[in-house]
Design a protein around this ligand. Structure first.
Ligand SMILES: Nc1ncnc2c1ncn2[C@@H]1O[C@H](COP(=O)(O)OP(=O)(O)O)[C@@H](O)[C@H]1O
Ligand SMILES: [Mg+2]
Length: 353
């Protein structure tokens, strides 16, 4: 099973061009040939193709225009047997009507699937926020502690005689800076928890990795994990949904932390890297934790596959559908001598030129 991809695609001009050309071709053929030849039945194909547009209104429009063109062709055509022509016209109209009805049903089912996918993705993000709760609290409490300490310092510098304006100012500046840091963390958590339709924006992957790791940093440090990052310079931007991509990275990182915590306590390494060949960006999250279960590689990205007690097994499945909706691929492999590596490749904006 694979999830229906989230709607990240913009309008599809090529699809509409193909539909218009097909309809025009059918119309011309239907009009210039004899009445006995029921070319109009081919509109059924166009109606079914219009499901690709992903909007019920598109299907309705194509169905209606097909009916209209069929009738116009019938009225315009001068040759052939009029009785057979009328019967053919009626049959074509019934076929087009039935196809439009079926196409609308398909479209409604697709819509429900997309909605279910969005719900599941959101739920899985909320679970991530829950799992990282203590880590996030830690990231917020640090700047709060800094604010308190510098606030006290500012009071002391002010009550000295004579009051020290320069030092007070420095303490206040540190307060503002710490408040900004706390606000950033909260903003990121809110971004993860919010329900928003998928968007398309330019994403700086290096920045996204740093921000994502910031959310898990408390957990990483608290679990005695040594974190390294290797982020290539001058990475090209990718187009996509920031929050969704962050969700994927966070899934890999949280899984890696869990695999590390289940392994040796004295040797826990996590390496997050970003590399590029210009056309694509590769992210990888490498750990030396417990490693993949034998034979797991085939099903690891399947929904509801989990080897953890109480595990939901949706993280990697959602991650794969998000990455594929961005035109990329996910991968998983054993790490040597121990652990696993998970990652994805995404096309960069340059690859589309
Ligand atoms: N870094 C990793 N090391 C070892 N196994 C992993 C790692 N990441 C994922 N897995 C395996 O993939 C399964 C599915 O992961 P996921 O979809 O995130 O669900 P969950 O974390 O709820 O089990 C995990 O139960 C685990 O067996
Ligand atoms: Mg997981």
């Amino acid at each position: 099973m694979s999830f229906d991809t989230a709607r990240l695609h913009a309008e599809k001009p090529l699809l509409w061009l193909a539909i218009a050309v097909l309809m025009l071709g059918i119309f011309v053929a239907d009009t210039i040939t004899e009445l006995q030849i029921a070319f109009a039945v081919l509109y059924v194909v166009v109606v079914l193709i219009s499901v690709q547009a992903g909007r019920p209104r598109a299907v309705m429009l194509v169905g209606t225009v097909s009916v209209f063109l069929t009738i116009v062709s019938y009225l315009l055509t001068r040759f052939g047997d009029p009785d057979a022509g009328l019967a053919n016209c009626a049959l074509s109209l019934v076929a087009i009507g039935a196809a439009t009805y079926l196409a609308l049903r398909i479209e409604a089912a697709n819509l429900a699937a997309r909605q279910a996918h969005a719900d599941l993705a959101h739920m899985s993000r909320m679970m991530l926020v829950g799992e990282l709760g203590t880590s996030i609290a830690h990231e917020v409490s640090q700047p709060l502690a800094a604010i308190a300490a510098n606030g006290n310092a500012a009071i002391r510098w002010l009550s000295a005689s004579p009051p020290n304006g320069a030092e007070t100012r420095k303490a206040l500046e540190r307060i503002v800076e710490a408040a900004g840091r706390a606000g950033d963390v909260i903003g990121r958590v809110r971004g993860l928890a919010a329900r928003k339709p998928p968007s398309r924006e330019l994403v700086d992957m290096a920045e996204l990795v740093q921000e994502t790791l910031a959310l898990a940093l408390g957990e990483i440090r608290g679990s005695q994990i040594g974190l390294r990052t290797e982020l290539a310079n001058d990475l090209p931007a990718v187009t996509g949904d920031r929050v969704q991509l962050q969700q994927v990275i966070l899934n890999f990182v949280v899984n890696a932390i869990e695999a590390l915590k289940a392994g040796r306590a004295d040797d826990r390494d996590l390496l997050v890297s970003l590399a590029t060949d210009g056309r694509k960006i590769t992210l990888s999250v490498r750990d030396n934790g417990v490693g993949l279960v034998q034979g797991a590689l085939d099903k690891i990205f399947d929904p509801f596959y989990s080897t953890k007690p109480g595990g939901m097994g949706v993280g990697l499945a959602i991650s794969r559908s998000i990455v594929e909706a961005h035109g990329g691929d996910v991968y998983a492999a054993p790490n040597y001598p121990s652990g696993a590596v998970f990652g994805f490749t995404l096309p960069t904006d340059k690859a589309k030129d």
